[in-house]
Design a protein around this ligand. Structure first.
Ligand SMILES: Nc1nc2c([nH]c(=O)n2[C@H]2C[C@H](O)[C@@H](COP(=O)(O)OP(=O)(O)OP(=O)(O)O)O2)c(=O)[nH]1
Length: 204
């Protein structure tokens, strides 16, 4: 039987597809670079950063970047969180994402992490402007008053995030491990995508 898992990812066959679509064939993979992405989840809030420069500029995202030579993935994730948001956290692995981008020669293999606590003071850095968002679906971003239960934090700004994020970020928030791949065209749109939930015990 042919595996449903896209090239670039590995997992047992016990996966539950969440979404898939797009063109027929996956883009061939030539070179792969390792990246990290980390999110802080606390009190029904998620910490995102507004990317001020470079790849993904003007989008909100978790904190992360390339794994340096000699570093493990989790070491890189902890370093990038410190460099980009000024904090340290006991990061736990949540999923793996694999991307190709039509005008980038290498594919991106991204270990995604989360933590429910952190130490240090969140601060804006040269690369990222951190901001809390509500993970509650009815969040409005309006301020509290005595009659309202709405969150004082805005909802997750999916319209200002990478197009694949709505498929897997809800799983991360719910503590459900995931894998996924998306091939992006030069226009920034997904040309082909596939996302799945995997068993909690899976070693992704
Ligand atoms: N949420 C999300 N994150 C993505 C996608 N694609 C993608 O590369 N990322 C993440 C992975 C990394 O955390 C980040 C890209 O890393 P980066 O270019 O900022 O790396 P870096 O900090 O090492 O780079 P630099 O210092 O050389 O500028 O974006 C995506 O489709 N969705």
């Amino acid at each position: 039987m042919q595996s449903i898992i896209p090239p670039g990812l590995s997992a047992g066959e016990d996966v539950t597809e969440i979404a898939k679509g797009g063109v027929q064939e996956w883009t061939p993979i030539e070179q792969v670079k390792l990246y990290t992405n980390a999110f802080i989840l606390q009190d029904n809030k998620i910490l995102l950063g507004y990317k001020k420069r470079g790849f993904g500029k003007d989008l909100y995202n978790g904190f992360g970047g390339k794994v340096d030579p000699g570093e493990t993935s989790v070491e890189a994730a902890v370093r990038e969180l410190q460099e980009e948001a000024g904090i340290t956290a006991p990061l736990r692995h949540s999923g793996v994402l694999f991307f190709t981008v039509s005008d980038v020669a290498h594919a991106f293999y991204i270990d995604v992490y989360y933590a429910n606590e952190y130490s240090g003071t969140i601060e804006e850095t040269e690369e990222m402007r951190p901001q809390w968002f509500s993970v509650e679906q009815n969040a409005t971003g309006t301020q509290h008053n005595s009659n309202k239960t709405d969150s004082e934090f805005a909802p997750i700004p999916y319209e200002q995030m990478w197009a694949d994020d709505p498929f897997w970020l809800p799983l991360l928030i719910q503590g459900r491990p995931f894998i996924g791949r998306a091939d992006f065209g030069a226009d920034g749109r997904m040309q082909k995508w596939w996302f799945a939930e995997i068993p909690v015990s899976s070693d992704v």
